[in-house]
Ligand binder design. Sequence first.
Ligand code: F6P
Length: 375
Amino acid sequence: MVKRSKETKEADKLVLNSHVAKENVVHSKVAKTAEVGSGEVKEIRRIGVLTSGGDAPGMNGVIRAVTRAAAAHGIEVMGVRRGFHGLWRGDIIELKPRDVSDILQRGGTTLMTARSKTFMTEEGVSKAMSMADVFGLDALICVGGDGTGRGALDLAAAGLPVVLVPATIDNDMAGTDETIGFDTAMNTVISAVDKIRDSASSHERCSVVEVMGRNAGFLAFQVGVATGAEVVLIPEIDCDFDQDVVKKLLSARNRGKQHFIIIVAEGVRLDPDFHAAVKAAPAIAIAEEVEAKTGIETNATILGYVQRGGNPSLRDRYLSSMMGIEAVETLLAGRANRLIASLRGQIVDIDLSEALAMKKEITEEAFKRAGILSL
Ligand code: F6P
């Protein structure tokens, strides 16, 4: 039986639209974030752009779109290399439209990225602000996930107008239906799982495939549906291992199924006595337990960083291009401290601190609905 997680129960308010809720996510308000700057934007002559946190396919499309959209509006662009780490170190270069040729189709980020610990301190933020001043940045477009958003808000609080373009393969940002990189990562994972299934079916085995997502199961959930996985385990939905995994596999075997795919999100949480092993190596611990309890030969595959690379899909090239333009035009329209979001197929801008205070969830309804497909 699936149960709603504690966090899900505590999420107090559905703040966005019913369209989103009917699909597989909801955006719920859970916390308040820090006060940010006024959100007023003075005249913009020069903007900075940086990519931060985990790289995601499509980040290059944003760099290209920001550079070219800004040029079209007569604004200068400076590329900040290595994320916030590069900002406080002044690792900043000029970007002209020709500098961003031939990068739309490339994975990773040509500006490079980092997870900066120094930036997270008061001193780091103040160094970053003085570098923004040295290089004459009137505003900063940050490309990344929720950690990048929190870094951007720190700068906003110190007075630098910011816009966040959401890019993470995890798709775990509330306020936007999709993040740049998610679509490519899903396509990478389904092609890997299709290959694994060929082998599982030839040997009549069960294969456990671990996918990324940190504490979120969006990647695992959609990939599970798209590959016809027999079992999907995600952090958002509690699982009774004997009922939801062991019994399900044995019942399927007794109905004549001869091979099985289990998709596991890396952040999955299971029973306390089993959890330590699962936390250390989810796919391996689950594969061992499945084999011990069902007698079905079971192997484990950890897909790892292959999920972050590769040429962006059409969707990610389109999304990154349109979001990059929207980020520049949002600043030019005088709005700051905003998240560029994809909502019901529209690219819009919404308040960044409100978006970061919300939690995106997978509904139990969607999870249950998908479960009937593996009968
Ligand atoms: O946020 C993207 C992501 O790939 C997560 O899915 C994963 O848990 C994490 O980054 C890995 O981070 P790092 O690149 O620091 O190993």
